[in-house]
Design a protein around this ligand. Structure first.
Ligand SMILES: [Zn+2]
Length: 110
């Protein structure tokens, strides 16, 4: 899961290098509801409210899982490669679903 703000000027997504399960966690982290963010695209700096922070599933789980499956496959030969790929895909999907669930929890928090 990654947290991001949308630049008020150019609409670019600004990723927050912060881990928080809910907006309350985020307020605790920033010591309040407001935070400053500088856009990496247009360098526009503005104050944002934690309520504007959105979470999205970071789809990093799928390639990682597939790579792990491929690795298992290399050890087990051609058949293992297929099975390993399937297992890897399953691991990736499970991680994605979990990540999406966490993103939903964050987006539904107040
Ligand atoms: Zn911008």
């Amino acid at each position: 899961m990654k947290l991001y703000l949308t630049c008020a000027r150019c609409g670019q997504q600004m990723n927050l290098e912060v881990n928080a399960a809910t907006r309350n966690n985020l307020r605790y982290h920033f010591g309040g509801s407001q935070l400053y963010a500088t856009c990496g695209n247009c360098s526009y700096r503005d104050m944002y409210d934690v309520a504007q922070v959105r979470a999205t599933s970071s789809s990093a789980g799928t390639p990682g899982g597939a790579a792990a499956g491929g690795l298992i496959g290399l050890v087990g030969g051609p058949l293992g490669m297929i099975i390993g790929g399937l297992i890897g895909g399953a691991i990736g999907n499970a991680n994605d679903a979990e990540d999406q669930r966490r993103a939903d929890v964050f987006n539904n928090s107040h």
